[in-house]
Design a protein around this ligand. Structure first.
Ligand SMILES: [Fe+2]
Length: 405
């Protein structure tokens, strides 16, 4: 589907809309102005947005309301893209933090909101910046604003500083069914008052490099740490990267299976890195990275290769996909909903100011992620056995959220 065909479908489904893009030089990423996500979507409207994402990989819908119903509305909307999953930061598994502990068989206890990131954000600038109301464990609060809830309004005695970005990844690639789609609702972004200035200066190279294991080439490391400076999310279009590969390399990668494991010593399972989107038929690379989460999850091993050979071969693929022509730094504006497909993109969180003392430096977004097949019509009809096996706490969006007005 080209951009003109999409525009025609959007106009038919939603009336007058403004379509911007593709905004990435690779041909990915569009902005669709004039779509209100607060009412439920009709089937044709949902199908149109699902196709928009399947073809353009990153879709931004600016101008959404920010009020106490916005997060329930976002979660209902997310149900079209897959089954929303509780984020591991929002639960405790077998008495340990869900994000750090790989074991999957412990009992899951959802953390009350008072013990989640939202409480730390709300304590920083009380009355000035408060998280939108929510209780759902599917909502992940992503922010550089943090204060001890026991001492609201009190800042660290250490001065503000800049921390390096994260490592390149796709969301929760380490589960047998990885996340298909993730989306942000943007609440607050740093204010850059001087047009010539940027929010931050990139932190020292040597510090940024410590995010990664040693042993990669200088060229790859340079590409990894070339990050945006105004709080943008850094993306890679793995469809364009795939299409730029010679036939022989495509053939080799199509045969490649990587063994993913939750913990060192697990048997794990085999997963392809070349995946084709069922709606668009576009092929992309799913997390073609040797160590997506250094020191949190074990590096993958290419089936039939040693660990060292796996690193060498996947570092080459990573260096290819991180080339500037496939990169896109997505600028966020409050009220945007930005959706990305995890099988057709990679992303990274940017360097940002931390221990901030001014609300002008606050970056606050909400993420909801989903797995499994999309649905044009709600409610979803996921098989209970599938939910038990693949969705933490066997979560599914409750009726009061699906019917939120
Ligand atoms: Fe992520």
């Amino acid at each position: 589907m080209n951009i003109e065909q999409l525009e025609e479908r959007l106009t038919k489904a939603f009336g007058q809309v403004g379509l911007e893009g593709p905004v990435a030089p690779s041909g990915a990423a569009i902005r669709i102005h004039g779509v209100d996500l607060s009412p439920p979507l009709r089937r044709d409207q949902a199908a149109c947005l699902l196709d928009a994402l399947a073809w353009f990989r990153i879709v931004s819908l600016p101008g959404q309301d920010l009020n106490e119903r916005s997060l329930p509305h976002l979660e209902r909307f997310a149900n079209h893209f897959g089954a929303p999953v509780p984020h591991p930061s929002n639960f405790i598994r077998a008495g340990k933090p869900g994000q750090q502990d790989g074991a999957t068989d412990g009992e899951i206890e959802i953390r009350p909101v008072e013990q989640r990131m939202a409480a730390r954000v709300n304590a920083a600038f009380p009355g000035e910046l408060m998280c939108l109301k929510h209780e759902s464990p599917a909502v992940l609060v992503v922010s550089n604003v943090q204060t001890n809830p026991e001492t609201p309004g009190r800042f660290s005695e250490k001065p503000p500083t800049v921390i390096s970005g994260g490592t390149w990844h796709t969301d929760i690639e380490y589960e047998p069914i990885p996340l298909q789609v993730s989306m942000f609702l943007v609440h607050q972004m740093p204010v850059v008052k001087d047009n010539d200035a940027h929010w931050i200066s990139l932190p020292d190279d040597d510090v940024a490099k410590t995010r990664y294991y040693e042993g990669s080439s200088e060229e790859l490391m340079r590409k990894r740490i070339a990050m945006p400076v105004d709080g943008e999310t850094a993306f890679v279009d793995t469809v364009a990267a795939w299409e730029a590969l010679p036939d022989s390399e495509q053939k080799r990668l199509k045969k490649m299976q990587v063994r993913r494991r939750l913990n060192t010593g697990d048997r794990g399972w085999l997963a392809p890195i070349v995946r084709t989107h069922p709606r668009s038929g576009l092929t992309g690379l799913h997390s073609p990275i040797w160590a997506s989460r250094p020191r949190v999850r074990p590096p993958v091993v290419v089936e039939g290769m040693t660990e060292a050979a796996s690193q060498s071969v996947l570092d080459e693929v990573e260096a290819h996909v991180l080339s500037p022509e496939f990169r896109y730094d997505h600028f966020h504006t409050p009220g945007d909903v930005t959706i990305w497909d995890n099988t057709l993109t990679l992303h990274n969180s940017p360097p940002m100011k931390t221990r901030i003392r001014s609300v002008d430096d606050a970056r606050l977004l909400y993420r909801i992620s989903c797995k499994g097949p999309d649905r044009e019509k709600l409610p979803r009809d996921d098989d209970p056995d599938w939910l038990t096996e693949h969705v933490s706490a066997v979560y599914s969006t409750p009726d009061e959220i699906l019917s939120a007005r």
